[in-house]
Ligand binder design. Structure first.
Ligand SMILES: Cc1cc2nc3c(=O)[nH]c(=O)nc-3n(C[C@H](O)[C@H](O)[C@H](O)COP(=O)(O)O)c2cc1C
Length: 180
């Protein structure tokens, strides 16, 4: 297994994929990483739609904004995960939000998304988290029921090329010690 810090640092967003299937075993490992992700009071508010059908991918691609850099090769991804969250569970106690932030489903799904991307990368599979699209239109196409929201699409596949890392802020620019 690759060193954890190497996995965290070397994972890149991948938006173009080889024409090579992702095995059931790899898919299960990726889903296993969601299963073991932390969540608010272990609510596990995630629901994952596994998309492999070319027709479904092409239909979604038609709805995605052309301006989104991940749209162009979207339907060529052998596998796409749609991350959905159950509303009013994460961050709630007895049907009431417990903090000023209300629903924490976005937070929990963010962690699950990172688990997916890092596990996929460890298996040699490239991913990109997509957040920029019409969530209602895509959610309707995927049959997401009331009480749930589609948050992110994660197309994945074996990368066609290596891509460089976008620049990061230095630790000294974002780390604060003892006070903001
Ligand atoms: C919440 C979130 C939403 C994102 N949405 C998109 C998107 O819609 N389209 C896209 O091409 N990349 C999207 N990205 C990928 C980011 O652009 C990318 O992670 C960032 O530029 C850093 O590059 P790296 O992932 O290669 O390190 C998203 C990333 C996150 C975390």
């Amino acid at each position: 297994m690759t060193d954890l810090m190497e996995i965290i640092k070397d994972r890149r967003s991948v938006r173009k994929y080889q024409d090579k299937e992702i095995s059931e075993e790899s898919l299960n490992q990726i889903l296993e990483s969601v299963k073991w992700s932390p969540s608010w009071a272990n609510t596990q508010c995630w629901e994952v739609i596994v998309i492999r059908d070319r027709k479904v991918k092409e239909k979604l691609q038609d709805i995605l904004p052309k301006s989104n850099p991940a749209t162009k090769h979207f339907s060529e991804a052998p596998l796409i995960l749609a991350l959905c969250g159950k509303l009013a569970s994460s961050g709630y106690y007895k049907d009431k939000a417990t903090t000023k932030f209300g629903d924490w489903f976005m937070f929990d799904l963010g962690i699950a998304a990172q688990s997916i991307c890092l596990t996929a990368y460890d298996l040699g599979i490239g991913t990109v988290i997509m957040g920029l699209f019409d969530h209602d239109k895509i959610g309707e196409e995927l049959g997401v029921p009331e009480g749930y929201e589609l948050v992110s699409l994660i197309p994945m596949g074996y990368p066609t090329q290596e891509s460089g890392a976008p620049k990061r802020r230095e630790i000294s620019e974002f780390a604060h010690y003892d006070k903001f």
